[in-house]
Design a protein around this ligand. Structure first.
Ligand SMILES: *[C@@H]1O[C@H](CO)[C@@H](O)[C@H](O)[C@H]1NC(C)=O
Length: 198
């Protein structure tokens, strides 16, 4: 085992201590499950799942020591010698290279490269679900509840808003005209008084 590890390290070949599928494709619901098998000598090591990133070499998403990601879970079956990663609600942005990893020390981690592909057939359910959401929104509007994030964008709200703004503008103009007229009426009166004083 140790020899295999040293050899794989020296040759730069793929790890022999952790094995993952070369490529996985999400199902039509946008979910994917990856199985990574490992050598029994690593049973008690921390396992993780990371995304290959150009800036950071591999960005850790979840690990068996801290499973924090909402869409991604990791589960280690020690009797089987395999850990499972489940990713849900995948979008095209999630597509790319990932790695099954085993925490060892200081960059000596064992890793297996896995390409995750998002199913093309998955594109169909997305418009259906947004249509459902829109349906729900219109239903809520009918029921009279407001939709704070959406109400300014909808034209049905912009029209009354524009009309009331126009009315407000008109009122301001009228008020300004009245003020001007009053001022003009006062000035001659003051001037008249002035003449009378003289
Ligand atoms: C782990 O794998 C074994 C063998 O396949 C299975 O019997 C067992 O139920 C699994 N345990 C868990 C927690 O999934």
């Amino acid at each position: 085992m140790r020899l295999a590890f040293v050899l794989s390290f020296l040759t730069g070949a793929y790890s022999v201590s952790v094995l993952g599928p070369e490529k996985v494709i999400s199902n039509t619901k946008g979910n994917v499950m990856v199985q990574c098998k490992y050598d029994e000598s690593y049973t008690d090591h921390v396992k993780y799942w990371c995304k290959v990133n150009r800036l950071i070499s591999c960005y850790k998403l979840v690990s068996t020591s801290e499973d924090t990601h909402s869409r991604i879970t990791i589960r280690d079956n020690k009797t089987e010698g395999a850990f499972y990663i489940t990713m849900t609600d995948l979008t095209k942005d999630d597509e790319g290279q990932y790695k099954c990893g085993i925490d060892i020390a200081l960059g000596f981690d064992e890793q297996a490269l896995v390409h995750v592909q998002v199913n093309e057939a998955q594109v169909e359910p997305i418009p259906a679900s947004t249509a459902e959401k829109e349906n729900r929104i219109s239903k809520q509007k009918q029921e009279g509840s407001t939709y704070p994030t959406n109400h300014l964008k909808s034209p049905s709200m912009l029209v009354p808003l524009a009309v009331s703004f126009g009315v407000l503008l008109l009122l301001c103009c009228v008020a300004a005209l009245i003020v001007c007229k009053i001022k003009r009426n006062i000035r001659p009166a003051v001037a008249d008084k002035g003449e009378k004083v003289l």
